[in-house]
Design a protein around this ligand. Structure first.
Ligand SMILES: C[S@@+](CC[C@H](N)C(=O)[O-])C[C@H]1O[C@@H](n2cnc3c(N)ncnc32)[C@H](O)[C@@H]1O
Length: 443
């Protein structure tokens, strides 16, 4: 007889939240293998079964045991709380099996039985905190380096995700939650709602609804999941709610679509419409720099230039993308534009403005350098992926060099002579634009 391994997620802990399939898989199994606490949680389903309890650190032993038992022709249920594929035993089991030469065509079948993971179980107890984009991050640094975890928290904070923290704290790991709070407070308001749910659907269940700046002080343990709201999450009548976004589109009282929006169609600020919205905003708000516009929309300067270049009417701003294969020629053409203002922005906030002549640029390997007595300017040319001509209502004329993430690498601007742009230099600039710009694509 061929053996079989069921990888069973039995949900948060109570039998009523276990799926029919999970119960059926356990019922069908000869052997049930699990962490001691999990075995206790399903004890009423274990009559007549061979039960193998293992400690928390013996995860790989559980996988090996399951494989050994299945090789003897037995049906084995390897059980885990929540969903066995979420920070659970499904991954390690497949790794052990594949390393042992098992394949999905082998006589031993493997079937995963999904369960309700802690984040949905915990969310159900506090309201509807996950009804918009969310991510989960485990704060356990037992197997994951802290810089990786910190980078993920940072990214989630920056992108305004609702965040579910698994493994937030243990007897030994007490500072990770403090660090997580500190990182998120760089992006979120201190009063951002946080739900701290301990032992959901188990005997010692407890719930705390607090603010982000109170989170690290709260009672948090090994069996806690922490749900941190995004910038729209609110608490009302003791319920933590993250709006789906209906208020962006529909009138709250009448339910009718707001002006410019249509039911069943992407928002006017959706993928197809947002470039036009940006241009309209630029038209309605003269005097804004590219950086100010980028900040307003929460995007990089490259996106702003791309949006302006894609239509005819962006108020005082005009832009056109340089044909990709003409980037070098554009730098050479800058030599005809006279004295230039070079702008270099460091991500941390410093902005350098240098007066230079493009003919002083020297290519050295990947670098475009200008070295004078007054300054050394080194531009990493290998980072430059695209360029846009851009001008603003007679006030500035230049070219922006952009990296592959849309960040500005450097910008060259024409300078005035005696308070005026020289007609000859402007003509040279316009000629370069005509020669090397991509055709304008109007939407
Ligand atoms: C190793 S992970 C296992 C996750 C599990 N596979 C799941 O899908 O829920 C353990 C973490 O899950 C969370 N967790 C599991 N069960 C929970 C429960 N009943 N209530 C709150 N959090 C729980 C806690 O964050 C705990 O530290």
């Amino acid at each position: 007889m061929n053996g079989k391994i069921y990888l069973v997620g039995f949900g948060p802990g109570s039998e009523e939240h276990m799926s029919f399939k999970a119960k059926a898989a356990i019922a069908e199994s000869d052997v049930v293998i699990g962490y001691t606490t999990y075995i206790k949680l399903v004890k009423d389903l274990l009559d007549g079964k061979e039960v193998v309890k293992k400690g928390m650190t013996e995860e790989i032993d559980r996988c090996i045991e399951a494989y050994e038992q299945a090789k003897l022709g037995k049906t084995v249920a390897l059980i885990s709380s929540g969903d066995i594929g979420v920070y659970g035993m499904a991954g390690p089991t497949y790794e052990v099996l594949l390393q042992a030469g098992w394949t999905p065509r082998d006589d031993i079948q493997v079937e995963i039985v999904p369960g309700s993971t802690a984040l949905s179980a915990c969310a159900s107890l506090v309201g509807a905190p996950l009804t918009h984009d969310f991510c989960s991050i485990s704060l356990s640094d037992l197997l994951t380096p802290w810089p990786v975890i910190a980078r993920r928290i940072e990214a989630a904070g920056n992108a305004d995700f609702v965040v579910a923290l698994y493994n937030p704290k243990s007897g030994r790991r007490t500072q990770q939650i403090v660090e997580a709070q500190e990182i998120l407070l760089r992006y979120r308001s201190p009063d951002t709602p946080v739900a701290i749910v301990k032992s959901a659907y188990r005997r010692r269940q407890s719930i705390q609804l607090v603010r982000l700046d109170e989170m690290a002080e709260c009672d948090i343990g090994m069996l806690t999941t922490v749900l941190i709201g995004n910038s729209s999450t609110f608490i009302k009548q003791g319920l933590m709610i993250t709006p789906r976004g209906y208020a962006n589109k529909y009138d709250r009282l009448t339910g009718a679509a707001k002006e410019g929006e249509q039911a069943g169609i992407s928002l006017s600020m959706g993928l197809e419409g947002w470039y036009a919205c940006l241009r309209q905003y630029v038209q309605d708000n003269p005097g804004l720099t590219l950086e100010k516009i980028a900040d307003y929309f929460g995007v990089v300067v490259g996106e702003v230039l791309s949006a302006i270049a894609a239509g005819e009417s962006a108020g005082e701003h005009k832009a056109a993308r340089v044909q990709t294969e003409k980037l070098h020629e554009v730098v050479q053409s800058c030599e005809q534009w006279g004295r230039l203002r070079g702008i270099l922005r460091a991500e941390a906030g410093a902005v350098s403005e240098l007066f230079l002549q493009a003919q002083d640029f020297q290519r050295r390997g990947d670098w475009l350098n200008i070295e004078t007595e007054a300054f050394h300017c080194h531009v990493n040319w290998s980072k430059v992926d695209a360029a846009y001509f851009a001008c603003r209502g007679g006030k500035s004329y230049g070219v922006n060099f952009i990296d592959n993430k849309g960040q500005l690498v450097f910008r060259l601007l024409l300078t005035k002579e005696d308070g005026e742009f020289s007609a000859a230099k402007l003509a040279a600039y316009r000629q370069t634009w005509q020669a090397f710009a991509e055709e304008v694509c109007n939407d």
